[in-house]
Design a protein around this ligand. Structure first.
Ligand code: UDP
Length: 363
């Protein structure tokens, strides 16, 4: 059988890596399986794309659709047009999409309209917040997916409640954690770690890129002010997402403990996280990684599509109101943060389970 894999943005590369490795392993064991990797080009910056291919040992994409930049609509439209041509030229048995980015949704639509089966890895998670572009991508993708692979039983419930037939839903665990566990022995200390005299558990890692936080300049300014002023002067390492980098210049921030760096490679970023006192973020995937590494995580969002990172993990929703940041940090400094546990099946073997199921489905 033949699978076309779609990847377009940073979190996609991290999710697709173990799936490709599982396909190659199955092939080596004599299974009839082959794949084609399509990069939509949604993220094109070297630090948001090529670095991950090198570090995570992902083969070169068979094609790059070059659909970077533009508004949500422009990007969706350009991926629809480019991927339709690609899929007509290279038919397949199954299109596999991961996560919740524009490429996920657009490629699922194209595949379905060309009567090709679609499978969604990380299906069924819901924030129920339609102001997030990702939530719309999740809902649209799951409304036309044939086979659903989920990270939690909660995601299974969301799918069944929305009318999906339970027999097409497979709770397999979390491919992002496959990548984390496989690469943990290779986490790499960034050069600046010693240059800046960072000390273990005595600095914070910050990431922010959600429109709800960074697009309103005054709110963003207040959030940054509350963060840098309530961390007891500890350094705050901020590997900055390209979309945030454009905006932060307008803030004219002046804080001696704020260290802004370019987006980091996966191995350096997770080294930093692993040795930090805590992470402050509005990312989704990072709340899963901190949960598995047992690092406190303060999430600057009002909701999450990953509730198990809170009920079981080390994550807590601080919210987007800047005034909520100090109480969250005070709780951390008071030593009252929960220890957390690891969600079921987040064990590093999810991609293998996915490929095993696909091989059974297409026998
Ligand atoms: N990440 C990285 N370098 C960075 C920041 C994040 O490698 O400088 C990784 C992080 O470990 C996680 C993923 O990128 O695996 C999260 O991506 P992002 O926050 O863009 O996406 P989200 O999870 O919010 O969809």
């Amino acid at each position: 059988m033949h699978i076309t894999l779609i990847a377009g943005a940073r979190p996609n590369f991290i999710k697709i890596a173990p799936i490709i490795h599982a396909i190659h392993k199955a092939k080596e064991l004599g299974e009839n399986i082959d794949c084609r990797l399509v990069h939509t080009g949604q993220h094109y910056d070297k630090k948001m794309s090529a670095t991950f291919f090198e570090e995570l040992n992902i083969p070169h994409p068979n094609t790059n659709l070059g659909c970077g930049g533009g508004s949500q609509a422009e990007q969706t439209a350009s991926i629809l047009i480019a991927f339709e041509k690609e899929l007509i030229a290279n038919p397949t048995d199954l299109v596999l999409v991961v996560g919740d980015v524009t490429s996920t949704m657009a490629c699922a639509i194209v595949a379905k309209k060309l009567n090709t089966k679609v499978t969604h890895v990380e299906a069924g998670i819901r924030s129920f917040d339609l102001t997030m572009p990702e939530e719309i991508n999740r809902m649209v993708t799951d409304s036309i997916t044939d086979y659903f692979f989920t990270t939690s039983t909660n995601a299974n419930e969301n799918l069944v409640k929305s009318g999906v037939n339970e027999k097409n839903v497979y709770f397999v665990g979390n491919v992002m954690i496959d990548t984390l566990l496989a690469n943990k022995p290779n986490f790499k200390k960034p050069l600046f770690f010693d240059e800046l005299q960072l000390k273990e558990k005595e600095y914070f890692v910050l990431t922010m890129h959600r429109p709800a936080n960074v697009d309103e300049i005054e709110k963003f300014r207040q959030m940054m002010f509350e963060i840098v002023n309530n961390v007891h002067q500890l350094p705050v390492l901020f590997p900055i997402h390209p979309r945030t980098a454009k905006i932060i210049k307008e803030l004219n921030l002046n804080a001696s403990n704020l260290i802004i760096v370019d987006p980091l490679g996966y191995l350096e970023f997770n080294y930093l996280v692993q040795h930090s006192k805590a992470v402050i973020t509005d990312s989704g995937g990072i709340t899963e990684e901190t949960t598995v590494m047992g690092i406190p995580c303060l999430t600057l969002r009002d909701n999450t599509e990953r509730p198990e990172t809170i009920t079981l993990g080390t994550n807590e929703l601080i919210g987007t109101n800047p005034k909520k940041i100090k109480p969250g940090l005070d709780k951390l400094f008071a030593g009252k943060w929960k220890k957390g546990g690891i969600p079921e099946l987040w064990d590093g073997k999810t991609a293998e389970r996915i490929i095993d199921e696909i091989l059974i489905l297409f026998k």
